[in-house]
Design a protein around this ligand. Structure first.
Ligand SMILES: Nc1ncnc2c1ncn2[C@@H]1O[C@H](COP(=O)(O)OP(=O)(O)OP(=O)(O)O)[C@@H](O)[C@H]1O
Ligand SMILES: [Mg+2]
Length: 474
């Protein structure tokens, strides 16, 4: 449903044509004395797609996370309305874990173990479990890029100013570290689900997502299980799967045995493939498990009570085609949810190029691209909003940027070609003076200062330089 405008209790500032006090908190203006607060001007009955660009390491993922938090808070605490937030996560982050460990050890040193335990009970529990259970240790230490079930303690040690008194980055934005209720959906999990939960914070629920076999095309199945085209069992399976549309392995075997004159060796090959399909934990077969438990496709787990993280990191053993299918199935489901329930939906794609591929791959056969294209076009009428982030723009289909309502640049650009594109895509683009950075040591050293800073172009018309909202969750 469209968003009605309510006023957030902050001071007003002078920025053209929208009320900056309404909407999720975006951050603070740069280059002014007051460093006024800025808000995303959510529009009624229109899509609010945001495209985020930036060279690696400047805080693209962090800023996306911060936006998801700001949107969650705005809907819950200002609009008092439910919202569905879905985040596609690309990777987990071992260095983040190491920094968390350093933070914890420093705390213990500074204030003693008792006080440190009292202040950060989760961290105490987390690191103590690892010491007590060395057998778990090899499985832990991989919090996702969006480990939102854990407060982001480590940024508490980042200061905006030290004199006359110390002001940390959260205080400066009027925020505190906090966790958000998160439901993480993993597919073909590669490690113990409990370890995944531990790594992503106590406010995390982990569920195993499955796909109905009827949603798997025969072509996809043949590729996944190396079913050769010309073989007898391949032809039989194709017929049942594609023509008769029977997708239950047991049912197929039963029908084949009853109806087909078939050689024993062919039957054996068929049975062995069907057994493999049955054993694959990604697929949903039948309605109930043997113990009477209900099987659910992953789309049934989407909720407005928590932030949904679709785990495409190495926690899930998926190939690209399967990931693209999941994006597509999710979009199919969202069309129903958005239409029926009239709930606003926000979808976050970090590293979108990994999913949609480059401009050359933009075709109907690429399911992620197909979904994305529809999301961009139909989002408007369904109140589905897309926040997409990437490092390079010039290799991607242009519609991604031309369909965006707002464009953000975090830190610096990775390519001069992207500055050219931006200058065309943004109305005041000729005035843009965004640095382009290459891999040099000098730039690496300077990078620290530019983290979490950048440009935001409202409606691709009016661009400001700003400090982005930091992420409260890990
Ligand atoms: N506002 C900020 N102030 C200080 N440090 C920050 C800020 N925002 C992010 N960081 C730190 O910068 C590092 C990189 O952030 P992040 O992973 O979000 O960047 P990224 O652009 O997504 O990088 P990548 O391309 O590697 O995914 C993180 O360690 C994060 O804690
Ligand atoms: Mg990132």
């Amino acid at each position: 449903m469209a968003v009605s405008i309510k006023v957030a209790p902050q001071e007003e500032i002078e920025v053209p044509y929208f009320n900056p006090r309404s909407g999720p908190y975006l951050g603070r203006l740069m280059n002014t004395n007051k460093k006024e607060k800025l808000y995303i001007p959510l529009k009624v009955g229109e899509a609010n797609h945001i495209f985020m660009l930036g060279r690696t390491g400047y805080g693209k993922t962090s800023t996306m996370k911060a936006l998801a938090e700001a949107i969650w808070i705005y809907y819950h605490e200002v609009l008092h309305k439910e919202v569905m937030i879905i985040i596609f996560e690309r990777k987990y982050d071992y260095s983040k874990y190491q920094r968390l460990k350093q933070f914890w050890q420093r705390r213990v040193q500074e204030m003693g173990i008792a006080e440190a335990r009292k202040r950060h009970p989760f961290l105490a529990q987390y690191f103590e479990i690892q010491e007590k259970h060395p057998q778990l240790k090899h499985m832990l230490g991989f919090p996702g890029d969006f480990a939102m079930g854990l407060p982001n303690y480590i940024l508490m040690d980042t200061y905006i100013s030290k004199k006359p008194y110390p002001v940390d980055i959260f205080t400066w934005h009027g925020l505190k570290p906090r966790s958000y209720p998160t439901r993480r959906i993993v597919f073909r999990p590669t490690r113990n689900i409990y370890a995944i939960k531990l790594d992503n914070g106590p406010d995390t629920e982990v569920v195993e997502g499955k796909i109905h076999l009827k949603d798997i095309s025969f072509e996809m199945l043949a590729k996944k299980f190396d079913i050769p085209q010309g073989t007898a069992y391949g032809r039989i399976l194709r017929k049942y799967w594609k023509v008769y549309k029977i997708h239950d392995p047991d049912e197929i075997l039963r029908l084949v045995q009853a109806q087909e004159p078939i050689r024993e060796s062919t039957l054996e090959s068929l049975r062995s493939i069907l057994d493999e399909i049955k054993a694959d934990p990604l697929y949903l077969k039948g309605k109930l498990t043997k113990t009477g438990q209900e099987h659910k496709p992953f789309t049934e787990y989407l909720t407005t009570d928590k932030i949904n993280v679709i785990d495409f990191s190495d926690n899930s053993d998926l190939d690209l085609e399967e990931q693209r299918l999941i994006v597509y199935l999710l979009w199919k489901k969202l069309k129903v949810i958005a239409g029926k329930k009239r709930v606003d939906i926000w979808i976050f794609f970090d590293e979108i190029q990994d999913l949609t591929g480059t401009a050359g791959e933009a075709s109907r056969h690429n399911l992620a691209w197909l979904a994305m294209e529809e999301l961009y076009r139909k989002g408007r009428s369904l109140s589905v909003n897309v926040v997409a982030g990437t490092q390079y723009l010039y290799k991607l289909p242009m519609s991604l940027i031309m369909g965006a309502t707002h464009i953000a640049v975090i830190g610096a650009l990775a390519s001069p070609k992207d500055l050219d594109i931006l200058r065309v895509a943004i109305m005041d683009g000729d005035k843009l003076n965004i640095p382009i950075e290459h891999d040099s040591f000098e730039e690496f050293v300077k990078r620290k200062k530019k983290k979490g800073r950048g440009w935001f172009s409202f409606d691709r018309e009016f661009t400001v330089k700003m400090y982005f909202r930091p992420n409260q969750s890990f």
